[in-house]
Ligand binder design. Structure first.
Ligand code: GAP
Length: 451
């Protein structure tokens, strides 16, 4: 159950405001007026994003014997994108307003309606034309010698162009995967919905190479579709807020034999969170042709040589950040006061626990609380300190950023009530309930929750 209805028209505004106020996400280069579709991550946002990426890395790469990680460069030569089909086919249909010459995506009826509403008179549109989304730049000292390069439009191609390097260095047995996390860039015509559609964003992907066989393709596709869905849910989503949707044949990207999206129910409708694509041999075959390097695989168990097929899992890091914030946002009443909190899964919460001395002007309490914090940091480094204002205010500040536990050191910890010596108060974010526990017990609770 959402505690703030998704139909709440203000939910996105509340998230955007909280994200800025509490140091999660800021408009990019804001003091210079910003750039549309570009955002910067603040101290808490960078932790949340890091935790999501780490969870991806652990489950899709580190814990598996059949997947390798890598990190390719952002800048790639034009030829890569000719081979991948992006220079020709990575396009959006555009129409231009004949009155003000602003361009809008022809396939986005809301953007068209919003633009029409911005004019007092009736406007006319040009007929649709295609617009390429790749972001280009030039490398080189002089205009004459400069080489045209592209900021990668998907992180995928960095993996495919290194296929032979990974095979030659790691000698993997097929099927095997190569995973990567990194920035991608698209000249989106209408970036919108906060960090949902940006021009610079981050992707987490797995390219899983298999034998070119229809049955194997179906089996692996089904496996990775389920795997990605369970993983996405484990970020803290209610299963009913996510769904899998097959692309219609005319909706598929140019490289896809089959494609499914994991979608999340946002206040602006069901939206793509993640894609699972059957890319067949499209990429390796095209890079073999365009580069002149043989990107086939030799299977020494069967003596066969072939170009593997690729099953791809591809998710947006920023979309995951937005969707977990939307999912976690809560408003309730606690102790007679309205409060806002983020019910984030502890493993992705930016701060795992906050330690606090009951009173900041009592050196013996402060010293003990510092020791407790150090002890808990052995379990996880993200244990915050807060001794500002009264304890209720400290709790509310942590609730708003999704900290699952607060720990308070008081005079009983020091032995004022002898049977409570060396115990502290543990307060739970979601219920506001509290209990008295020893420090090793609290360390255990945190350890269990953040796994
Ligand atoms: N390599 C396949 C690929 O890039 P995609 O469906 O274009 O496929 C994959 O992108 C994921 O990247 C999407 O599911 C989405 O989460 C994220 N994504 C794509 N475009 C985005 C944008 N403009 N802003 C933020 N995230 C985006």
């Amino acid at each position: 159950m959402y505690s703030v209805a998704m139909s709440d028209q203000n939910l996105m505004e509340k998230i955007v405001s909280l994200a800025k106020r509490r140091g999660f996400i800021f408009p990019g280069s804001e003091i210079y007026g910003g750039l549309s579709g570009i955002y910067d991550y603040g101290p808490l946002g960078v932790e949340l994003r890091h935790n999501i990426k780490q969870h991806f890395w652990n489950k899709f790469i580190a814990e598996r014997d059949d997947v390798y990680g890598m990190s390719a460069a952002i800048l790639m030569p034009e030829r890569v994108w000719e081979a991948s089909g992006h220079t020709e086919l990575f396009t959006d249909p555009l129409v231009e307003c004949k009155m003000c010459h602003e361009r809008v995506r022809a396939d986005q009826s809301e953007a068209i309606a919003a633009h029409e509403a911005s004019h007092k008179e009736k406007i006319e549109w040009s007929s649709p034309s295609v617009f390429n989304l790749l972001v280009e730049t030039h490398l080189g000292a002089s205009e004459k010698s400069a080489t045209k390069v592209y900021l990668r439009g998907e992180i995928t191609q960095g993996v495919h162009v290194n296929f032979k390097n990974v095979v030659d260095s790691m000698h993997p047995k097929i099927p095997f995967g190569i995973g990567q996390i990194g920035k991608a860039f698209r000249n989106e015509i209408t970036p919108r919905d906060f960090i949902f559609r940006q021009r610079e964003f981050e992707q987490m992907e797995l390219q899983y190479y298999i034998r070119p066989d229809e049955e194997e393709g179906k089996r692996q596709f089904a496996f990775w579709k389920d795997f990605a869905f369970s993983w996405y849910q484990s970020l803290g989503f209610d299963k009913t807020h996510l769904r899998l949707r097959a692309h219609a044949p005319d909706e598929r990207a140019h490289y896809a034999k089959d494609a499914w999206d994991i979608e999340y129910e946002t206040p602006f409708g069901w939206k793509e969170a993640w894609g699972i694509h059957h890319r067949g041999d499209w990429d390796l075959r095209r890079h073999s042709e365009y580069s002149g390097h043989d990107l086939s695989y030799f299977d020494d168990s069967t003596g066969e040589r072939f170009i593997p097929w690729d099953i791809e899992c591809s998710g947006g890091v920023d979309r995951a950040v937005l969707f977990v914030l939307l999912e976690a946002y809560r408003e309730d009443e606690l102790g007679g006061e309205v409060r806002t909190y983020l019910a984030l899964a502890p493993k992705i919460a930016p701060v795992k626990a906050m330690v606090s001395p009951l009173l900041k002007n009592k050196p013996e309490l402060v010293q003990k609380a510092r020791e407790v914090r150090k002890e808990l940091q052995k379990v996880h480094p993200a244990i915050a300190w807060d001794d500002n204002g009264n304890i209720g205010k400290r709790y509310r500040r942590q609730d708003e950023i999704g900290t699952p536990f607060c720990v308070t050191v008081d005079f009983d910890t020091l032995g004022e009530t002898p049977e409570l010596k060396e115990t502290v108060t543990l307060r739970y974010r979601d219920t506001g309930s509290q209990e008295r526990l020893t420090i090793p017990e609290i360390a255990e609770r945190i350890q269990a929750a953040v796994q």
